[in-house]
Design a protein around this ligand. Structure first.
Ligand SMILES: O=C(O)CCC(=O)C(=O)O
Ligand SMILES: [Fe+2]
Length: 488
């Protein structure tokens, strides 16, 4: 989080500003507009609007300086110096960072991080927005992709981009079982454990709505990524935020969760009985999460932790749009280093991924899977599969991680060979010997299962090694042909 603004600078892919046109509340325009205005040179304008010092800095450096301002009053006052500095210092990511750094917990949400930080929200008679009269119009003064692009991403309309639900339901290639009886444990273990699928459940896994949760838990603290707010404040946030990546409630720890009742979907297949991580008892990483988010919120491309598989089921609210790719096919825009994937680089936000042109590319790439999961359905995410999820409207869901039998070799390989990526065990020391501990636990229950799984691990290792050799060969071929051409 501390790196939020810095990352915005590093990884944002500019371009595609033509995706849709919408007006920035301060009148900021993309940088390209200034180039057209000033015959290809915007330096004069920056010097004129920001002065000789700030005006001569690239805006990335200017933002890095503003990000370093520790005092909220100093940041606020910076914006009083001139219109351009008002625009830069009002960038809401800076105020989100300020809220985080100052450990400020808002009592209410007032439409933006800046306003909520200062509690600028009292609504007087007949006046909806007391701050709106104080908004400075920076039209003709600030031309900045850095400020405009996140705003543009926050205006993304996923329904327009991906097509109507009806359209997708014809196109989607993640299979949906129309009833639970269509998939048995045996079928899962033999045919389906490595394919994403959805299932229409007989009944929802729980029956809570947002209003009911608010009634009982409105004043209870829940965890939203790096924040911990009362549910009622988070509900206000969901109603009216302009964030490029809306804050997402991901909670496994709040007191409320202990009293919330739900049933695991497809319990015969997904429940603890068949979950090898269950052997860790209370030493296992957190594995059941409540997920609440507004439309546009979601999860960028990732693989689930420790080689686990997952189920995800919507309890109430809107649907989720899913994209998945198989383990060895990283999605466009996502780069991984080497076979062990210890470092993953991806665009700053889900919206940026969609608007930066990667979505069109993804749809043409082999391995692309998509589907819309509705209330009352469950999605299965096989271990190691890349997935991205977008909420098409406010939704409440539960997810659970588990290790089914056919995925045991995959998980053991992860714990053995990617031990630096193990996460979620209660302390660092626990992470070090997870592989050996799990082996011992499995052996005490079923030595045959362990023997078979370890053979599976050997096969995975062999495949990786021969692939690694192949890549080394290709790389050296490429570099030698390059030097040959160069010498020519
Ligand atoms: O946003 C979601 O619902 C998906 C969550 C997810 O992928 C995860 O918990 O690993
Ligand atoms: Fe996930």
């Amino acid at each position: 989080m501390v790196e939020a603004v810095a990352n915005t600078q590093k990884k944002r892919k500019l371009g595609s500003l033509d995706s849709f046109v919408t007006k920035h509340p301060l009148g900021v325009l993309p940088k390209g507009n200034a180039l057209m205005l000033m015959g290809g040179n915007d330096t004069a304008l920056r010097l004129q609007t920001l002065g000789p010092y700030f005006g001569s800095l690239p805006e990335e450096i200017l933002m890095a300086i503003l990000q370093e301002i520790e005092s909220p009053l100093d940041l606020l006052h910076t914006g009083y110096a001139c219109k351009a500095l008002y625009a830069y210092s009002s960038f809401d990511e800076l105020w989100k960072l300020m809220m985080y750094n100052q450990k400020h917990v808002p009592e209410a949400w007032y439409g933006s991080w800046r306003r909520s930080f200062w509690g600028l929200g009292a609504v007087s008679d007949g006046q909806k927005d007391v701050d709106s009269s104080r908004i400075v119009d920076c039209s003709g003064v600030v031309y900045s992709d850095f400020l405009f692009r996140p705003f543009q991403c926050s205006q993304i309309d996923y329904t327009k981009l991906i097509g109507s639900e009806e359209h997708i339901s014809k196109r989607q290639n993640i299979h949906c079982f129309e009833s639970e009886s269509e998939i048995s444990c045996e079928q899962f273990d033999s045919e389906w454990h490595n394919k994403p699928f959805m299932v229409q459940l007989k009944e929802r896994i729980a029956d809570w709505t947002m209003d009911q949760l608010l009634e009982v838990f409105g004043d209870t603290i829940f965890y939203q990524e790096y924040m911990s707010w009362k549910l009622k404040v988070y509900a206000q946030y969901m109603e009216s935020n302009q964030d490029e990546s809306p804050l997402y409630l991901f909670d496994c720890k709040s007191s409320a969760l202990k009293s919330l009742k739900y049933q695991v979907p497809l319990a015969d297949i997904f429940d603890n009985e068949r979950d090898w991580f269950n052997l860790f008892g209370n030493q296992r990483p957190d594995y059941r999460w409540l997920i609440i988010g507004c439309g546009r919120s979601g999860s960028g491309f990732h693989k689930d932790p420790n080689g686990t598989s997952a189920w995800n089921s919507i309890v109430s609210g809107g649907s989720k749009y899913w994209i998945m790719f198989p383990p060895d096919s990283p999605p466009p825009g996502v780069t991984v280093d080497g076979e062990l994937e210890s470092e993953v680089t991806a665009p700053v936000s889900v919206a940026e991924w969609f608007l930066g042109g990667f979505y069109e590319q993804a749809r043409r790439q082999p391995g692309f899977h998509e589907g819309i999961c509705h209330v009352g359905q469950a999605m299965y995410v096989p271990a190691g599969w890349w997935h991205l999820v977008v909420n098409l409207d406010t939704s409440i869901a539960m997810t659970g991680n588990f290790v089914p039998n056919p995925k045991l070799p995959f998980v053991l390989d992860f714990l053995k060979n990617k031990s630096d990526q193990i996460s979620g065990f209660k302390n660092e020391l626990d992470c070090k010997d997870v592989f050996d501990r799990l082996k011992t636990l499995i052996a005490s229950k079923s030595p045959e299962t362990l023997a078979t799984a370890l053979e599976g691990v050997q096969k995975i290792e062999n495949a990786r090694n021969s692939k690694g050799k192949w890549h080394t060969l290709i790389d050296s071929e490429e570099s030698s042909s390059f030097s040959f051409n160069f010498d020519e």
